[in-house]
Design a protein around this ligand. Structure first.
Ligand SMILES: C[S@@+](CC[C@H](N)C(=O)[O-])C[C@H]1O[C@@H](n2cnc3c(N)ncnc32)[C@H](O)[C@@H]1O
Length: 279
């Protein structure tokens, strides 16, 4: 399958990867985080890694764990991507507020969205894609079901000197279905659902069962010339499962399915799930 390679930028570098971990630089801060996708051997030695790193996340249970501050560094800081500023901080999960591999989508959104067009970000986390769309002048709607990450996104918006993003604290599918009933449409939609989660009535879902509903709903919301981006991270939802669903709902549009990847400065490539683009 083809690959879409995210690019590093001045404030983000995947320095090295391997032994199920990655060594990353965020501005001046260097972290070691677990990543099962880095199943190969690292290029640099462990000594090299620990000489550089400020923080390491030690995973206890599935994704949960604790950060070790190896060099007495501040626990929150800011980085930029072009004119956008992201506030980063250590969380009880291994994440710190940004998924840098999404840079490939930020570039796509920046290229395809036009001023005044409507843009919808579902499962929007700390709002990177919303900020990119807003910085291009789009009328931007940002939906996430967790209040803390909406607040975090607002902070990023203010730091980036942007305003007027429409914040929606709601279940993503429920909001999207409601928008269909209200007859609303969007020129660009991105969704980044987790592999499993909770719905509007706290019911458990897995992405392989939710995916067809999300695509069907998006097909009703998207304008005829609009674009849709969907990231999925589940071994149970492969491109051969995704393709017929996209073909069914978007028979007249271009469909691209690839593996979203990022390459370290030492030449190691990490693959992150399936990236689908319809445009
Ligand atoms: C993988 S993150 C998205 C990362 C984002 N694309 C980025 O690059 O910054 C998934 C997000 O989905 C949100 N989420 C989980 N279940 C949800 C639901 N049912 N409705 C809306 N948002 C949900 C989580 O709060 C989290 O912020």
């Amino acid at each position: 399958m083809s690959r879409t390679l995210a690019k590093q930028w001045e404030d983000y570098e995947l320095i090295d990867a391997g032994n199920e971990k990655k060594l990353e630089r965020w501005g001046n801060v260097i972290t070691i985080r677990p990543d099962r996708n880095a199943y190969f051997k690292s290029k640099l030695s462990q000594k090299d890694w620990y000489n550089q790193a400020h923080f390491e996340f030690i995973e206890h249970t599935h994704h949960k764990g604790e950060w070790q501050n190896l060099k007495n560094a501040p626990l929150s800081w800011e980085i930029s991507y072009n004119d956008i500023i992201f506030h980063l901080k250590l969380t009880q999960f291994k994440h710190i507020g940004l998924f840098p591999e999404q840079q490939a989508n930020w570039e796509f959104i920046a290229k395809h969205i036009q001023p005044q067009q409507k843009f919808l970000n579902l499962f929007a986390y700390t709002g990177a894609s919303s900020l990119i769309a807003k910085s291009k002048g789009a009328n931007t709607f940002h939906c996430d079901s967790v209040k803390q990450v909406i607040n975090w996104s607002k902070k990023n918006m203010e730091l980036s000197n942007l305003k007027d993003i429409h914040w929606v604290l709601e279940d993503a599918l429920k909001f999207a279905q409601r928008e269909v009933k209200r007859g609303r449409t969007y020129d660009g939609i991105i969704m980044d659902p987790p592999a499993f989660g909770l719905g509007a009535k706290k019911e458990r879902w897995k992405i392989e069962s939710l995916f067809p509903k999300l695509v069907k709903t998006a097909s009703k919301l998207l304008t005829s010339k609009g674009f849709l981006i969907i990231n999925t991270y589940s071994p149970r939802l492969k491109s051969k499962d995704i393709e017929p669903i996209l073909n069914q709902y978007f028979p007249y549009k271009k469909i691209e399915i690839s593996k979203l990847c990022i390459k370290s400065s030492t030449g190691k490539t990490i693959e992150y799930g399936e990236l689908s683009r319809v445009y």
